[in-house]
Design a protein around this ligand. Structure first.
Ligand SMILES: [Mg+2]
Length: 326
């Protein structure tokens, strides 16, 4: 075993950080951080995930904290802005927080909203960027094939870079990919990679043109690099609403990939109302430097999770640890 449970729990802290804007159904992000010989690392599976799914995130945290990172091929990573499903009038305010980013990922297909809301938001993002910037959309599997086709036709005039997870299943992704192939619009798979029992199925089925990979859900930097190598498709490294500690893990993964043709989704620290790091990993002129971070002890104290949540995370860590056979 890389690390004993006692060692992990000795430095573990659980923080509860308010989000600036409701995102993927939550308003507060709970995160556990601990320190290994390689530095600080993050264990932050979303609270609704079961232990089996969360154990992959623990494997990732141990990999980053206890195993040296692979050789880095770049020292900074170009990143995209992330636009939650806000109303069009708020788009400029949100995008102002992403310094110099030439690419915007727009969340669409939000429950309770309509295609007209998506069109208005994408139009506002295009107006903000001007003609030069890139816009990709992410439906988080929220459309069926017909809805996806209709939405893509409605949004095409805003010049889309790619469409991320328009539908939920691999079979649906394959169908929509066939239907819009004539438009030259790539389809990206995200949930079909990180939440699938077999993350490579979507590549083997030729149901996507590119894959979104995330270090924590895929079991860490080394495991993600293996998957990337086998997939044989272009890759985008993305994050999971992490603090700068988790973002640092994603940056090291992105920096180790042989090819990095797209801007990465690692500029998400600004979705949090504050960060744990003394020196947060936020974009400067559209890129983030690849480095590790050290948490600010004051944030640990001021944003410590309530005692019962802290205990819940320690119990979760203990159960997930028992599931690992490293
Ligand atoms: Mg996504």
């Amino acid at each position: 075993m890389l690390a004993s449970l006692t060692d992990i729990l000795a430095t573990a802290r659980v923080v509860s950080i308010p989000l600036r804007q409701r995102f993927r159904g939550i308003e507060t992000r709970e995160v556990m951080l601990f320190e290994g010989p390689e530095g600080w690392t993050e264990f932050s599976p979303f609270v609704e995930y079961d232990d089996e799914e969360a154990a992959a995130w623990l494997a990732a945290a141990l990999d980053f904290g206890w195993v040296p990172t692979p050789p880095l091929l770049r020292d900074s990573v170009a990143v995209n802005a992330t636009l939650p499903a806000v109303e069009a009038a708020r788009v400029a305010d949100v995008l102002d927080r992403f310094s110099g980013c030439r690419t915007v990922k727009v969340k669409v297909a939000e429950t309770g909203q309509t295609l007209a809301d998506d069109v208005a938001r994408v139009a506002a993002a295009r107006a903000y960027l001007g003609a030069e910037g890139r816009i990709r959309i992410d439906a988080n599997g929220g459309w069926n094939v017909d809805e996806a086709e209709h939405a893509i036709h409605s949004l095409a005039e805003y010049d889309l870079e790619y469409v991320e997870q328009p539908c939920a299943s691999v079979d649906e992704l394959w169908q929509i990919r066939q239907r819009v192939k004539y438009m030259g619009l790539p389809i990206a798979a995200d949930e079909s990679v990180r939440k699938a029992a077999d993350p490579l199925l979507v590549a083997r089925q030729e149901a996507a043109d590119l894959l979104v990979i995330k270090a924590q859900p895929l079991g860490g930097i080394h495991a993600a690099l293996d998957i990337a190598d086998q997939a044989g498709l272009p890759l985008v490294v993305s994050s999971a609403l992490e603090t700068s500690v988790g973002i640092s893990m994603g940056l090291h993964l992105a920096a180790a990939l042989p090819e990095l043709p797209y801007d990465c989704g690692l500029a998400t620290v600004s979705l949090l109302s504050l960060d744990v790091a003394v020196d947060p990993l936020i974009p400067v002129e559209g890129s983030i430097a690849v480095r590790r971070v050290v948490p600010n002890g004051r944030v640990f104290d001021d944003y410590a999770a309530p005692a019962e949540r802290d205990a819940w995370w320690r119990e979760r860590l203990t159960r997930c640890y028992a599931l690992l056979d490293v």
